[in-house]
Ligand binder design. Structure first.
Ligand SMILES: O=C(O)/C=C/C(=O)CC(=O)CC(=O)O
Ligand SMILES: [Ca+2]
Ligand SMILES: [Mg+2]
Length: 435
């Protein structure tokens, strides 16, 4: 847990007016890190979102206005070099950037030429995958989500599996297909088998879905054989992103017994381009739901370990307006990020800088707060009305967007969005004569 400091004060303002709007995702209290380029300068470098602009940290570093005592931390195509410096450096960077952007500080405020060199309009920038992701793990930590899917596919009377209340269930995901927001997602093809069919057929997924999740990124890894204690786990976490764990439900249902999801979730996992630091999230810490039975000692935590992050899912048919199809909050999550990381490493499993840990689908207590279409439409039984049509699952050309923010007093610490549009499946002839 980080102590609250001046960078968390709701009254602080920036000289950049767009950062001071009450509904701006990127006020001076936020300062999320990302990687960007522009059409005129295609070199990828590290920036911070502020208002409707990006502050180019590679220029600040080269001018000596930002220094962590190491060369070339921000003239990098990924955040990993910065992240690897550890929690004290993350804090130093935040403090220096806060000072430079404060309405009280003249350095940039009163130097138009310098400002023109360090600011890039977000509208003119291309945002890239912010982190090199060596490993991706996905948890299953929303009690409401696990109960809904367990009721639908297993036994409504025993919806939670016996292990669920004892440990944060997870599976090892696929890092190679983690993509940044805006990357088109092709509908996957694979084996499909309805319960009344004797054998599977091969074809395009017909039950394409989203999973509303957040992800946390490892900044300080642990050595093989050296577990991370639950009360130290947050020190290893650099920050959080929004995450959409695209899921092919029909492929999943046939393939995932007994070892878990494989091709149903390997075709794409989209993340938001801005990484919101744990320090920026500190004012939004809340008590997580009560845990009963009390977890085993290695998972026992003291203090509030949840975060109140408002989340929204928008679905947009081609040529129509986006419709909000779900609203929920990260505060409902049963297992905390610290518990997930302690459990992940308790075997001695190591983690590395840039490793991505998905929260698991985030569902609230009502159908309009569920984090997947599987739950919202109850496996397609209750179609959903959106602008421009009705949906059970995702159709080609649909755009799905997740948004998230923490609501403060007169300001918000936002994540921006993670979005993706579905492209049609590959033509069946691509899969050979056997078809
Ligand atoms: O409970 C099931 O049978 C399946 C669950 C999921 O597909 C969810 C998953 O990937 C983990 C999560 O996002 O919570
Ligand atoms: Ca998932
Ligand atoms: Mg995925």
């Amino acid at each position: 847990m980080t102590k609250l400091n001046a960078t968390h004060d709701p009254k602080q303002r920036s000289w950049l007016e767009s950062a001071n709007a009450p509904d701006c995702d990127f006020p001076i209290q936020n300062l999320p890190f990302g990687v960007f380029s522009t059409p005129t300068d295609p070199v990828r470098r590290v920036g911070v979102a502020i208002g409707d602009q990006i502050l180019d940290l590679s220029v600040l570093e080269a001018s000596g206005l930002l220094s962590l005592g190491h060369a070339q931390v921000f003239a990098q195509p990924r955040l990993n070099t910065f992240m690897a410096l550890g929690k004290n450096s993350w804090h130093q960077a935040r403090a220096q950037l806060f000072a430079l952007l404060s309405a009280e500080t003249a350095t940039l405020r009163d130097d138009l030429a310098l400002r023109q060199r360090v600011l890039v309009a977000q509208a003119d920038a291309i945002l890239h995958l912010p982190v090199e992701v060596p490993g991706y793990t996905d948890f299953y930590s929303s009690r409401e989500h696990a109960t809904n899917v367990g009721s639908m596919f297993r036994d409504p009377k025993n919806a939670l599996m016996p292990n669920w209340l004892e440990l944060p269930v997870g599976y090892n995901g696929r890092a190679s297909s983690v993509v940044v927001s805006g990357t088109p997602v092709r509908r996957p093809s694979g084996q499909l088998k309805a319960p009344d069919q004797a054998r599977p057929t091969f074809g395009a997924c017909r039950k394409l879905d989203i999973e509303l999740e957040t992800g946390f990124l490892i900044g300080e890894g642990n050595a093989l054989g050296e577990p991370i204690a639950v009360d130290r786990a947050e020190d290893h976490i650099f920050g959080m992103v929004l995450l959409n764990d695209w899921s092919a439900r029909d492929i999943q249902q046939w393939e995932y017994v007994p070892l878990g999801p494989f091709n149903a979730k390997t075709f794409a996992t989209s993340i938001s381009p801005w990484v919101v630091t744990m320090e920026a999230l500190e004012p939004f810490r809340v008590q997580q739901p009560a845990q009963e039975p009390e977890p085993l000692p290695y998972l026992r935590q003291t203090g509030a370990a949840g975060f109140d992050i408002s989340l929204e899912v928008r679905m947009q048919a081609p040529g129509a307006q986006p419709s909000v199809i779900s609203r929920t909050s990260f505060k409902h999550m049963y297992w905390s990020m610290a518990q997930q990381l302690a459990h992940h490493t308790v075997s001695g499993c190591n983690t590395r800088v840039g490793d991505l840990m998905g929260s698991g689908t985030i569902s609230g207590p009502t159908p309009d707060s569920c984090g997947s279409l599987l739950e919202i439409t109850w496996n397609g039984q209750n179609p959903l009305s959106i602008d421009g049509g009705k949906r059970t699952f995702i159709e080609d050309g649909d755009t799905l967007t997740l948004a998230g923010w923490c609501q403060g007093d007169g300001y918000r610490v936002g994540f921006g969005t993670v979005t993706g549009t579905i492209e049609p499946a590959l033509d069946a002839t691509r899969f050979g004569a056997a078809l």
